[in-house]
Ligand binder design. Structure first.
Ligand SMILES: *[C@@H]1O[C@H](CO)[C@@H](O)[C@H](O)[C@H]1NC(C)=O
Ligand SMILES: *[C@@H]1O[C@H](CO)[C@@H](O)[C@H](O)[C@H]1NC(C)=O
Ligand SMILES: *[C@@H]1O[C@H](CO)[C@@H](O)[C@H](O)[C@H]1NC(C)=O
Ligand SMILES: *[C@@H]1O[C@H](CO)[C@@H](O)[C@H](O)[C@H]1NC(C)=O
Ligand SMILES: *[C@@H]1O[C@H](CO)[C@@H](O)[C@H](O)[C@H]1NC(C)=O
Ligand SMILES: *[C@@H]1O[C@H](CO)[C@@H](O)[C@H](O)[C@H]1NC(C)=O
Ligand SMILES: *[C@@H]1O[C@H](CO)[C@@H](O)[C@H](O)[C@H]1NC(C)=O
Ligand SMILES: *[C@@H]1O[C@H](CO)[C@@H](O)[C@H](O)[C@H]1NC(C)=O
Ligand SMILES: *[C@@H]1O[C@H](CO)[C@@H](O)[C@H](O)[C@H]1NC(C)=O
Ligand SMILES: *[C@@H]1O[C@H](CO)[C@@H](O)[C@H](O)[C@H]1NC(C)=O
Length: 628
């Protein structure tokens, strides 16, 4: 048998010698100042046998490459290089691993003892000759063989190519492409951002992620969360899924479970392509941990012993740390505050054009949310001043970020929120006696009032709120209902706009099998019942692009007619313009015509047609969607 490991004597150029542990940020995750929560590099170094080195041919780049959190001079690069396609169980003792013979020392050693040395390079050309930065780091089973490094010494607003290789070998990762952001004081004429949320693996193919790659239509990807779902296959709506099993096939609790689930999602080819081609700026929503998570629990897990037993024998706090650690290992994001292991709220200054403020409305410090058994109670407290969505530390940072952005003269403030900000009274459509969604900002009215008060009283304008979470599209003027007069026809009184987007694959909230006609009827009812809601669509899964310039923000919504196969078919659903200084959707909203859903004061005109997706010709009509 060919040995997987070489001992030091038989492997001349020991690559590892000059490699770094700490430059692989994942060893410092989730917080280097709280070793009990993260990983002790000292212990890892002791456990790993630096006398041993991998045979490069036995290692695989198992999940492509990714980049994220771009700054003007640096960007995060990610890969995973492993001797096994499975994920690390982190609970396996040394003897639990395959034992291999170390010929020089005449003893068996375990695979998990040898660190993998990985080299990275980032350059301005595809041939990687004009190298801007490079380095060597270790990875090992302790971090599930993930690699996360910060590439530095980069130029602003520049496209780069990057690649990893097993040290001193030709075993390379795929070539990645990324892009830095402009300097805060640079004049940039146009920025394109694709906005995604809610990708549920068993419900369909992630075609939406792949389409912006195929069109090469944006600079950056913003993900508002629900990147994974925690349930077993069929945990949501048995019978409606397409047969892609999200491993492990059970509800996930342990560190292994969360790693394996992330790894399974990362086998979707369109998701892989998006990571490989665009720098991502993601935040989590609830399902990266579990449904309707808040500071102390989830809809199916109270922080009490009885739910530890019914739910995998893991406490809520432990489960949350497992989810958080796996998220940091697998997502190309920075740790903006090493003393604050749960902090992913952060902001990006992108030229003079915009500040992107990414919030965490879920895990950081959210007061109790709607857990289905307590809806009446959460309704009662939804207008209490102390019922906080983000916690005071994040809230203060948020308001300061908005002020600083206005003071520095950035044209736009783009706010990435997981959940819908605007009031949505759904009772006319659902007949529900609790008309609002208390799991959205509607359940935290004091937090919303403080935000609106900050914007209105400081005259901060050009605000664009983004949201996901709801699996439907909602486009609204941003108003302070009951406080500031608003005219839905002209948009006067509004202080910005909200673009909330549909899901990559998660089903329509009104019925996974809803017909286009029924969905549009519901959209009409919802649109009519909420004065500030200018367009609503329930039918289509999809995403939207923002094209941002000094003069305007244009939002283009796209719908995916079918996600049961991998295909590139998409339909432009609606387009909206916001002119700088206007603080409202430009009239006539959406140009007066949309493809689907319901537009206030406008028309919905369905385009019948056939489309060749490269995988069958499809016919779309008002009622039917079929392969010809
Ligand atoms: C690495 O990938 C190749 C090709 O996909 C496969 O043949 C090989 O078995 C993999 N090696 C390991 C150690 O998983
Ligand atoms: C390790 O964790 C996995 C997944 O949770 C579990 O199935 C396995 O039994 C555990 N192994 C040990 C040795 O505890
Ligand atoms: C939706 O349609 C699928 C396949 O046509 C069917 O198996 C499933 O039961 C339907 N679900 C509902 C809720 O009607
Ligand atoms: C959590 O506690 C509430 C109130 O006691 C109870 O109604 C609910 O069923 C519990 N949830 C779980 C998952 O045990
Ligand atoms: C929601 O709308 C219904 C009418 O459909 C109305 O009776 C109710 O007062 C509204 N509730 C809120 C909280 O706006
Ligand atoms: C928020 O503002 C609305 C409109 O002025 C008001 O009705 C509501 O009581 C306020 N709630 C809180 C908690 O400030
Ligand atoms: C849509 O609403 C119209 C008018 O209320 C109604 O006549 C029609 O039957 C509805 N269609 C569906 C598919 O629900
Ligand atoms: C085409 O669709 C079929 C199912 O209709 C699917 O099995 C196949 O993988 C698809 N091919 C491509 C290239 O997407
Ligand atoms: C939206 O804009 C796109 C071009 O980006 C165009 O192809 C499409 O027809 C427009 N859709 C609507 C509904 O106006
Ligand atoms: C679209 O196709 C349907 C049949 O599926 C037909 O009833 C309808 O009139 C067509 N609409 C247009 C605008 O051609």
């Amino acid at each position: 048998m060919k040995p997987l490991l070489f001992s030091i004597a038989s492997f001349v150029a020991i690559a590892g010698v000059s490699a770094s542990w700490t430059k692989n940020i994942n060893y410092r995750s989730p917080s280097e100042h709280h070793p009990s929560l993260g990983i002790s590099i000292r212990k890892v170094v002791k456990r790993n046998d630096l006398q041993c080195s991998w045979n490069p041919a036995t290692l695989n780049f198992t999940h492509g490459v990714a980049s994220g959190d771009p700054y003007p001079d640096s960007v995060i690069l990610w890969t995973r290089v492993s001797p096994t396609s499975d994920n690390d169980k982190s609970n396996v003792t040394v003897s639990g691993y395959v034992q291999l013979f170390d010929h020089d020392n005449e003893k068996f050693v375990s695979i998990s003892k040898a660190p993998v040395c990985v080299e990275y390079k980032i350059a301005t050309d595809k041939g990687l000759t004009n190298v801007a930065d490079s380095g060597k780091v270790f990875t090992s089973s302790d971090v599930d063989y993930t690699v996360k490094v910060e590439a530095k010494k980069l130029e602003p607003y520049t496209t780069y190519y990057y690649q990893f290789n097993v040290c001193d070998s030709k075993n390379t990762s795929p070539l990645g492409r990324t892009k830095t952001t402009p300097n805060a004081d640079d004049d940039v004429t146009k920025i394109g951002i694709a906005v995604y949320s809610c990708a549920n693996y068993p419900f369909g193919y992630f075609n939406a992620y792949g389409n912006t790659v195929r069109k090469d239509s944006v600079d950056y990807v913003v993900h508002l969360g629900d990147y994974i779902y925690e349930d077993a296959n069929g945990g949501y709506g048995v019978g409606q899924t397409i047969g892609r099993v999200p491993l492990p096939d059970r509800q996930i609790f342990t560190l292994y479970d969360y790693r394996k689930r992330l790894a399974t999602y990362r086998t979707d080819l369109d998701l892989v392509a998006s990571h490989q081609n665009f720098p991502w700026i993601p935040v989590w929503d609830d399902h990266e941990v579990a449904d309707n998570v808040y500071r102390d629990g989830t809809s199916r897990m109270n922080n009490t012993e009885s739910t530890f037993i019914s739910d995998g024998g893991v406490s809520f706090d432990q489960r949350k740390m497992n989810a958080v650690r796996a998220y940091f290992e697998w997502m190309p994001i920075r740790q903006v505050d090493m003393d604050d292991n749960l902090r992913i709220w952060r902001s990006f200054s992108i030229g003079k054009l915009l500040d992107l403020v990414m919030l965490d409305t879920r895990n950081y410090d959210r007061s109790i949310t709607d857990l289905y058994w307590n809806t009446d109670y959460v309704h009662t407290i939804s207008n209490d001043a102390s019922h906080s969505l983000m916690g005071s530390r994040q809230e203060n940072w948020f308001y300061n970020s908005l002020s600083k952005s206005a003071e520095r003269g950035a044209t736009w403030r783009i706010i990435g929120s997981q959940i819908v900000f605007s009031r949505l009274n759904v009772s006319a459509a659902t007949g529900n006696e609790n008309p609002l969604n208390y799991d959205a900002w509607d359940g935290y009215q004091a937090s919303r009032n403080r935000t609106l008060n900050h914007l209105y009283s400081n005259k901060i304008s050009n605000n664009v709120f983004l949201a996901g979470d709801s699996h439907a599209s909602w486009v609204s003027d941003l108003i302070w209902l009951g406080e500031k007069a608003y005219d839905p026809t002209t948009g006067s009184g509004s202080i910005g706009v909200e673009f909330a987007g549909s899901a990559v694959t998660s089903p329509c909230p009104y019925d996974a099998n809803i017909s286009l006609a029924t969905a549009n009827n519901y959209s009409y009812i919802l649109q009519s019942a909420n004065s500030e809601l200018q367009w609503q669509d329930l039918y289509y899964r999809g995403y939207y692009e923002l094209h941002i310039s000094g003069e305007e923000v244009v939002a283009n919504y796209f719908g995916m007619p079918t996600i049961v196969t991998r295909n590139s078919w998409e339909i432009p659903l609606a387009n909206f313009t916001v002119k700088s200084g206007e603080n409202k959707l430009q009239r006539p909203v959406g140009g007066g015509v949309v493809e689907s859903g319901s537009l206030k004061g406008g028309k919905t005109v369905q385009t019948n047609g056939t489309v060749d997706t490269g995988n069958g010709t499809w016919f779309v009509s008002q009622e039917k969607l079929e392969i010809l």
